[in-house]
Write a protein that binds this ligand. Structure first.
Ligand code: HEM
Length: 142
């Protein structure tokens, strides 16, 4: 999926409002995913996945931090996510069908919390960006 110049502009603009809130946004997106799509929990055995757990918050910060890095390298997400894709494919062995599930929940959280900035065109651009991230993350699977 090709991100247009307008998409890149929209994603960078909304990400200015994400920066500094990576942990809260990430934790809520993960919590919603674990709640609404409970099969995703199987990759986190023995972890405390409750709403206020320190694990959920620290992991959420890492996930959205990685997205902040992808936004900073929006012209070359493949390279920016190369190691992360390897890790999910080779080490964590996460079924790539799960990536769009987290992408969906991140989109929901941004829509709720950044509503004034979440115009139709920003919605479309962020959806395309997260779909690209999910696609790139799945690219090392063979
Ligand atoms: C670890 C990002 C989707 C399962 C990680 C890490 C990052 C990350 C940054 C930490 C890597 C490290 O410490 O070296 C992302 C992004 C995703 C995504 C950006 C999609 C938008 C998923 C999904 C699952 C998953 C959908 C499973 C349902 C895991 C697991 C770990 C991990 C099990 C290891 C957790 C731990 O060490 O405690 N991910 N991830 N990821 N991810 Fe993902």
């Amino acid at each position: 999926m090709k991100l247009t110049a307008e998409d890149k502009h929209n994603v960078k603009a909304i990400w200015d409002h994400v920066k500094g809130h990576e942990e809260a946004i990430g934790a809520e997106a993960l919590y919603r995913m674990f709640c609404c799509m409970p099969t995703t929990r199987i990759y986190f055995p023995a972890k405390d996945l409750s709403e206020r757990s320190s694990y959920l918050h620290s992991h959420g910060k890492k996930v959205v931090g990685a997205l902040t890095n992808a936004v900073a390298h929006i012209d070359d997400i493949d390279t920016a996510f190369s190691k992360l894709s390897d890790k999910h494919a080779e080490e964590l062995m996460v079924d790539p069908a799960n990536f769009p599930k987290l992408a969906h929940n991140i989109l929901v959280v941004l829509g709720i919390h950044l509503k004034p900035h979440f115009t139709y065109s920003v919605h479309r651009s962020v959806d395309k960006f997260l779909s690209t991230v999910a696609y790139v993350l799945a690219s090392k699977y063979r």
